[in-house]
Design a protein around this ligand. Structure first.
Ligand SMILES: Cc1cc2nc3c(=O)[nH]c(=O)nc-3n(C[C@H](O)[C@H](O)[C@H](O)COP(=O)(O)OP(=O)(O)OC[C@H]3O[C@@H](n4cnc5c(N)ncnc54)[C@H](O)[C@@H]3O)c2cc1C
Ligand code: FES
Length: 371
């Protein structure tokens, strides 16, 4: 579930037109660890792609005869890096996360959708704040971008990063973090926690529990722990654990923000478990997109987007988890139930916006306009 670090009043209004697509040239592939690569994209000559730290790119790759889409957080900072960079960690049996390191070469061109996502913040030179981050594995990617931007854009703000990994070999950006810690001494504190630590390990190891977190909190600057901002990104289990621990440390929920890397595969499985009885009827939905009108029969347990894609309708989408709003449309009539609402602001929901990837029709008169 994505949370915005923007206060509601300062949240930028997104344009209501459909997403933009780009063909980006791969400048370089960096082998970060045994199972993680960074893909460095050249900015297009036609004009730089603007983005905010913490946002993600959607990569669209034809694999096994089908266009597969996956979201990858940008680890580059728009203030520091001239190129766009995403890092991809292999997932066991994962389609895209294995295809990319096995097939992508410098010079290749990839289709991507414009940067999206709400796990982001603005920066103000005079602001003084403490961001406390928890990252697990590939969850370091949006943090890297946020760290670089904060350190350069807010000279009085500081960051503490608690970074959990299986072992020393799997730490992505190990050297870069050390370099940044030295360069911004006293403003960036990195604490590494490993599941399996080698004999000479100077950091922490073992399960992140209440006792360990108390010790870790003693090692980072205390600017008022309840007033600090907490960010987390990593495996679902780790994030649930950290949320529980922060609750035990009386950290107010409104100061905690998280980014989920839930894959479409996982999201689909979760959706099946949570489908309410009210949706137990196939219903026709009218979709208006790009000057066309389509009618699809949405079966119980199936989302509107999924049904439309299966019918060959080329609708915009990315995460398929209710996180990125790429599939957003406005319900002109009828009622739509969303499995996941966090991607939309309250005002968007009040205006009738829905996310087709997690949307199920509750009435027979649903008409959705996209774009
Ligand atoms: C907003 C957002 C940002 C993301 N940023 C990054 C990023 O910066 N770097 C990165 O490496 N990934 C990132 N991801 C995850 C990425 O989009 C893919 O989901 C991931 O690479 C797996 O895709 P796949 O096609 O290889 O796996 P799939 O073929 O979709 O899944 C194959 C199997 O792996 C399991 N699985 C899928 N994803 C995960 C996971 N994340 N952890 C554990 N098991 C999983 C599935 O249950 C399934 O059994 C992000 C996801 C989102 C929603
Ligand atoms: S595809 Fe991302 S919210 Fe629907």
């Amino acid at each position: 579930m994505a949370f915005s670090l923007f206060k509601k009043s300062e949240k930028k209004e997104e344009s209501h037109s459909g997403p933009h697509y780009y063909a980006l040239k791969v400048k370089n592939i960096v082998h970060e660890t045994k199972d993680a690569i960074s893909i460095v994209f050249e900015q297009p000559v036609s004009g730089k792609i603007a983005y905010r730290s913490g946002q993600f790119l959607t990569l669209i790759v034809p694999i096994q005869g089908k266009d597969v889409r996956r979201a990858y957080s940008l680890c580059s900072s728009p203030f520091v890096d001239s190129d766009l960079v995403v890092s991809v960690k292999r997932v066991d049996n994962g389609l895209m996360s294995n295809w990319l390191p096995d097939n992508l070469k410098a010079g290749s061109t990839l289709k991507v959708m414009e940067p999206m996502g709400q796990f982001t913040t603005d920066y103000q030179k005079e602001r003084k704040r403490h961001l406390i981050m928890f990252a697990g594995g590939s969850g370091i990617t949006p943090m890297m971008s946020l760290i670089k931007s904060l350190l350069t854009q807010e000279p009085d703000s500081i960051v503490s990063l608690i970074y959990c990994n299986r072992n020393i070999e799997s730490i992505i950006f190990k050297e870069e973090l050390t370099r940044l810690e030295t360069k911004y001494e006293g403003r960036l504190h990195v604490i590494q926690v490993l599941d399996e630590a080698p004999m000479n390990w100077q950091g922490y190891s073992g399960l992140l529990n209440h006792e360990m977190l108390t010790k870790l909190f003693e090692r980072i600057p205390n600017w008022g722990m309840e007033k600090s901002t907490y960010l987390m990104c990593g495996p679902e289990g780790m994030m649930k654990n950290v949320e529980t621990l922060l609750d035990q440390h009386h950290i107010p929920k409104e100061n905690i923000f998280k980014e989920s890397f839930v894959s479409p595969t996982i999201a689909k499985e979760q959706k099946k478990e949570t489908t309410p009885a009210a949706e137990n009827k196939a219903r026709e939905v009218t979709i208006r997109y790009d000057g066309h009108e389509y009618k699809v029969l949405v079966q119980p347990n199936r989302a509107i987007l999924e049904t439309a894609l299966d019918a060959g309708i080329d609708l915009p989408y990315s995460c398929q988890s209710g996180l990125c709003t790429a599939c957003r449309g406005k319900a002109l009539s009828g009622k739509v139930k969303l499995d996941e609402e966090e991607g939309l602001s309250q005002s968007e929901r009040d205006e009738g916006y829905v996310l087709t990837c997690v949307g199920h029709p509750l009435t027979d008169d649903v008409v959705i306009e996209i774009g």
